[in-house]
Design a protein around this ligand. Structure first.
Ligand code: OAD
Length: 273
């Protein structure tokens, strides 16, 4: 911890790369492992649009359960000490950006302003035709949960039903879809280029709560390492990224980041005060 704090105080540009583990203590289940999203809803059926379209034909109730579970977890979650610590590191100008694979909005709620969301955001809808974005906010998501049982669209395909649920595009009348990345889809180009640029220009990267097995996202810490950055991994378990870590802190993200930030604050005051 002490060495990591010193590294953070020394860093000219620290960047965080986060995954589902950082939001676990906020009550959002991770994807992998026991009790994870993919445990309950296999990714071959629920993690990609083709799978979901098929599941919709044979078992629409299960698709609705999936959507409801994901949205309700999103709506009840509040930032935990790890999100808050990153927000305060940004306020101290130590942390320059957060690159996240998460589709929740807990980094923003935790006080981070530069959040690069390489897998999209659950509270945004995107027009499939013109690409216009619409922020739905918590209220919009609550309405979606309430409308899941709507009569309209009972016998239409999954994408059309989603379109009914999300409403038309205000710009072109096109069909809206969630602005998130499903398996087999490309990452949003602007977010991905920004993430690569941040990784290649930082001198310390906090890698928090990711299994590091989903590509291309998992390339980010390797890009930072190759550019000479120190890698700090905070995770309950080892991951394929552990081998490139300069430092590893094994433990829950919220608890660990909370302690790390308190230590940094006390050192910061001692050294600057
Ligand atoms: P995973 O569910 O794959 O991994 C979560 C990681 O967090 C694991 O390494 C856990 O050991 C760790 N972890 C769990 N609880 C923790 C805690 N309280 N504190 C610290 N670490 C903890 O989630 P991601 O790595 O984010 O993509 O998954 C990457 C991508 O795979 C997701 O963005 C999603 C998924 O399929 C898409 O949907 C495109």
């Amino acid at each position: 911890m002490d060495q990591v704090v010193r590294g953070l105080l020394r860093a000219k540009k620290a960047v965080a790369f986060t995954g589902a583990g950082i939001s676990a203590e906020s009550g959002i289940p991770t994807f992998r492992g026991e009790g994870g999203v993919w445990d309950k809803y296999p990714p071959s059926r629920f993690g990609n649009l083709l799978g979901l379209s098929w599941e919709w034909l044979v078992n629409p109730g299960r698709v609705k359960d999936f959507i409801k579970d994901v949205l309700e977890a999103f709506l009840q979650a509040q930032p935990n000490p790890a999100h808050l610590a990153l927000g305060r590191l940004e306020a101290l100008r130590i942390l320059k950006s957060v690159i996240t694979q998460n589709i929740d909005n807990l980094h923003e709620k935790g006080g981070c302003h530069k959040v690069i969301k390489i897998h999209g955001s659950l509270d945004r809808a995107r027009c499939s035709r013109c690409g216009a974005l619409r922020l739905m906010g918590d209220q919009g998501l609550r309405e979606i949960v309430q409308n899941l049982e709507m009569r309209k669209g009972r016998r239409v395909g999954f994408l059309k039903w989603l379109g009914y649920l999300l409403g038309e595009c205000e710009s072109c009348g096109g069909r809206m879809r969630p602005d998130i990345v499903f398996f087999y889809e490309a990452l949003p180009m602007d977010a991905w280029s920004q993430a690569m640029a941040e990784a290649q220009s930082c001198d310390l990267m906090l890698v928090i709560g990711t299994s590091g097995i989903v590509y291309p996202a998992a390339q980010i810490p390797f890009l930072a390492k190759r550019a000479g950055a120190e890698i700090v991994e905070i995770n309950q378990d080892v991951s394929p990224l552990s081998r490139i870590a300069t430092y590893r802190i094994e433990g829950p993200a919220g608890e660990t980041m909370g302690k790390l930030f308190s230590l940094l604050e006390s050192k910061n005051f001692r050294e600057w005060g």
